[in-house]
Design a protein around this ligand. Sequence first.
Ligand code: CTP
Length: 448
Amino acid sequence: MKKVITYGTYDLLHQGHINLLRRAKELGDYLIVGVTNDNFDRERGKLNVCNNVLERVEAVRSTGLADQIIIEDYFGQKIDDIQKYEVDIFAIGSDWEGKFDYLKEFCEVVYLPRTEGISSTMLRDEQQQVVKVGIVGCGLIAQRFVPEASFVGGVQIIGVYDIETKVGEVFASHHKLEHTYTSYESLLKDVDAVYIATPHLSHYELTKQALLAKKHVLCEIPLVLEEPQARELYDIAEKQGVVLMEANKTAHCPAFNHLMVMIKSGVIGEVVDIEASLSRLLPDRTRREFDATQAGGSMYESAVYPLLPIFRLLGTDYKDLSFYSRMENGVDVYTKGVMYYPTAVCSFKLGLGVKTEGNLVISGTKGYAIVEAPWWKTDYFELRYEDLNQNKKFFYKWDGEGLRYEIQEWMLCILNRRFSSARLRPHESIAMAGVMQQFTERKNFMEI
Ligand code: CTP
C-alpha cells in the first residue's frame, strides 16, 4: 500500500484545497492529511486564521478524500510523521516548490500544481470587515505600531495627527499613510478607532474625546495616573459601546498568557510571593522620562508591567502598598514597591537610573516559575521544583516587536463587539491607575 501525506491549514476550505487533496490521493492508496494546530499557526505568524482547528479538521473530513487526519503541532513534525506512518510520498502545492526538498532523505517529495485564483488569504480578505485607524502622536512606539499592524487583518491605518504637523507629515510619508491631520477633531471624523501614543499627561483628554466621539481607543501605557479618571474613561467606553484598551503589550504575549493559566491551574501550588523587576538605564537626563513636569520617572514609565502578573494572579484587592524611591529632580529613578495580600507578598523594582536584574519570579507552595529578563516580552520560562527531575522549560515564539498580539486582540474585541479583553480587564487597568495615584500622593512613601 502506497501512503501519501500532505499538510495545510485548510482555513475556509476552498476548491484549491479540494483539488490538491484529490491530486495527492491519486498518487497512492492511502492519504494522511496533517492539519495545523491553532497554536502552531500563531507560532508561524499566521494570526488571521478564521476557523479553529476542529472546524478545519471537520472541513477536511467532509471532502471524503482523507483516510486519516492528524494534527500538526510543531516544527520538524513532518520528519517524525513520515517515519512513524511509514509514508512513501510527501505531497504539497507548487507554491512550496523546493521548500521541502529536505524531506527527500525520508520519502519521495512531489510538488503538485496549485489551483490558480483562490486562496484562504483571498477569502479572508473578502470577508474581513475593515477598521479605519488613526494614529495620534508620532514617537518611537508609533513607529513600531505601523509595521506591526500590517500582520493583523482588518486594520487600515489611514492617517496620523501630531501636535507638530511637520512631524506628522514626515511620519505619514515614511509609512505611506494617506492623511496627515492638522487637528485631532478632523482625524476623529474620518476614523473608527485611534491609537494614542502621546506623552502620558495627554492620555486622559485625548482618550475621553475619542470615546465621546464613539471611537474605539488603544491607549499607550500608562492609560492615566489617577484611579477616578481611569474609572470614568472605562464607564464612558461602556456607555458609548466602544472598546477601550490600555496598550500593555505583555498582557497579549502568548507565552505570558500561557504562564498565567498554568499557574492558575495550580502547577506551582498556591502563589505566595511575586517579584517582578525591570530597569532601563537611560544616560540622557534631558529626556521626557526624567522630566517631573511631564510625569517622568520609573513608576509612571513602567509600573503597569510588574502590576500585571500581580493583579492577574492575586487580584486587585491588596491590603497594603509601600514605596521606597530614589528621587532625582523630582522623579523616581528607582522605586521598589511592596504589596501585601492576606495570603501573599509581592514586590517590584523599577529603574531608569538604577540597574537591577529584570526577571519575574513567582513562588508557590509546590514550586516556582522564573522568567528571565526581559520577562515583559516573555518567550521562555521555567518551572522549578524541589525534585529537579520535575523542572520544565517552555519556549515560545515572539514575533517582531510583539505589538501585533495586542493589535490583534484590540481588533478582535472591536469586530466581535467584546468590550473588554480577558487579558487585561478594566478593573485591573483601573487598579493600576490607583497604584500610580498612591505614588503621586506619596502614600506609604519613603525616600532612600
Ligand atoms: N493549495 C492549492 N491551491 C490553492 C491554495 C492552496 O493547491 N489555490 C494547496 C497548498 O499548496 C497546500 C494546501 O493547499 O498544499 C493547503 O494550503 P493552505 O496553506 O491551507 O491554503 P492557502 O489557501 O494557500 O492558505 P493561505 O492563503 O492562508 O496561505
